[in-house]
Design a protein around this ligand. Structure first.
Ligand SMILES: Nc1ncnc2c1ncn2[C@@H]1O[C@H](COP(=O)(O)OP(=O)(O)O)[C@@H](O)[C@H]1O
Ligand SMILES: [Mg+2]
Length: 351
């Protein structure tokens, strides 16, 4: 029995037993994690006082009545403390007259799996993006060089000054296209790595932003002062984060709140690599949010919702962060958009 107890205590799946009033009669430590409450706090509490998801409560009542087990996938749990978590759950009525326990409820949080799947998609995008842009850059830039050279030769041969305006157009447009292709590719220089403080980068950037924005935007800092230094390319990281912050300011139309938050995450996976320490930098704004049909594609180059936009800011930012083995993620709803930049600290920690 002891061995079963040990297994129960160590499972990652949150397991509860309930009596015929749907009160909690036992719970394993995974429940404490999920509900952010101790076992003493939840013991003998009605399950409905802890989980507020109508679908789950209905299924429990149904299973209690019918005696049939029930499984549901990707259910959004609404918890007492307003936290939310996505779980797969199984309800199993136990036919055991010796004990009070009538039902077994297993809750398997899948947020993390969903996040990993989403990140995988972003990282794949990124690889495809780069390949497409590299191919395009090559195909476009080579002939452009030829066209420019030919236009210059032609210019010299032209008899009249008035015809120069045509060759000027050719040269100007060629230069514009070349600059566009270069910008799409992002900063093409290799990383110039040095030990830097992420807060130094943020402060530098806030100074730039203060100079260019109106008073309607208020800046807030929520820093974790204990963050260790990061090995990174200062200029490129400033550019990446500046692109995110400028988008926020544009989205808020010069009125709203911009929060810079820094945290450290331990044992954090980016793609399929688990890092011991990762810096999480959130840029949060109170703007209108990103529409659901746009959010899947905003990291692609040339995707923009603004008439004067280039759609390159996010793809360049993602690219720079990816070169630092990191990732940018986004969550958005009206009134709250958060871009989270994850940067692993591998090079600087001394484990
Ligand atoms: N903080 C934000 N709030 C709302 N929408 C945003 C935000 N950041 C990015 N977006 C959306 O993502 C699109 C792409 O951004 P970006 O790649 O920087 O290109 P651009 O700024 O040139 O449009 C924007 O046009 C906008 O629709
Ligand atoms: Mg932009």
């Amino acid at each position: 029995m002891d061995q079963y107890r040990r297994i129960f205590e160590n499972l990652h799946t949150a397991i509860l037993t309930l009596d015929n009033q749907l009160r909690i009669t036992s719970a394993n430590p995974a429940c404490e994690m999920l509900f952010a409450q101790s076992r003493n706090q939840i013991n003998l509490q009605p399950i409905s006082s802890i989980i507020h998801t109508p679908q789950l409560l209905e299924s429990l009542n149904e299973a209690l009545k019918s005696g049939h087990p029930f499984t549901s996938r990707s259910c959004q749990l609404i918890l007492l403390n307003k936290n939310e978590s996505t779980v797969d759950y199984t309800i199993t009525p136990i036919d055991d007259s010796k004990t009070e326990d009538i039902m077994l409820l297993e809750l398997n949080p899948i947020d993390r799996l969903m996040r990993l799947a989403r990140e995988d998609k972003i990282l794949n995008y990124q690889v495809t993006n780069r390949a497409v842009i590299r191919g395009l850059a090559h195909e476009v830039k080579n002939p452009l060089g030829g066209i420019r050279g030919a236009a210059q030769l032609l210019e010299k041969e032209l008899p009249g000054q008035n015809l120069h305006e045509y060759t000027d157009v050719i040269i100007r447009e060629v230069d514009r296209l070349r600059a566009l292709v270069d910008r799409m590719f992002g900063p093409n220089q290799p990383l110039n790595l040095e030990a830097i403080s992420i807060h130094e980068i943020l402060e530098h950037m806030i100074r730039l932003l203060l100079a260019e924005t109106k008073d309607g935007i208020s800046f807030h800092r929520d820093y974790d002062p204990s963050l260790p230094a990061l090995e990174g390319d200062k200029d490129q990281l400033i550019q990446a984060i500046l692109n995110l912050a400028r988008n926020s300011i544009e989205a808020m139309k010069n009125k709203g709140e911009l929060i810079f938050r820094s945290r450290v995450q331990r044992q954090f996976a980016i793609g399929n690599i688990r890092h011991r320490l990762v810096i999480q930098l959130d840029i949060e704004d109170s703007g209108p949010g990103i529409s659901p049909d746009l959010i899947e594609s905003i990291f692609y180059p040339m995707v923009t919702s603004r008439p004067e936009g280039t759609g390159l800011g996010l793809s360049i930012a993602q690219d720079i962060v990816a070169k630092h083995n990191g990732l940018i993620e986004v969550t958005s709803q009206p009134g709250q958009t958060i871009f989270s930049v994850f940067l692993p600290l591998e090079h600087t920690n001394e484990f």
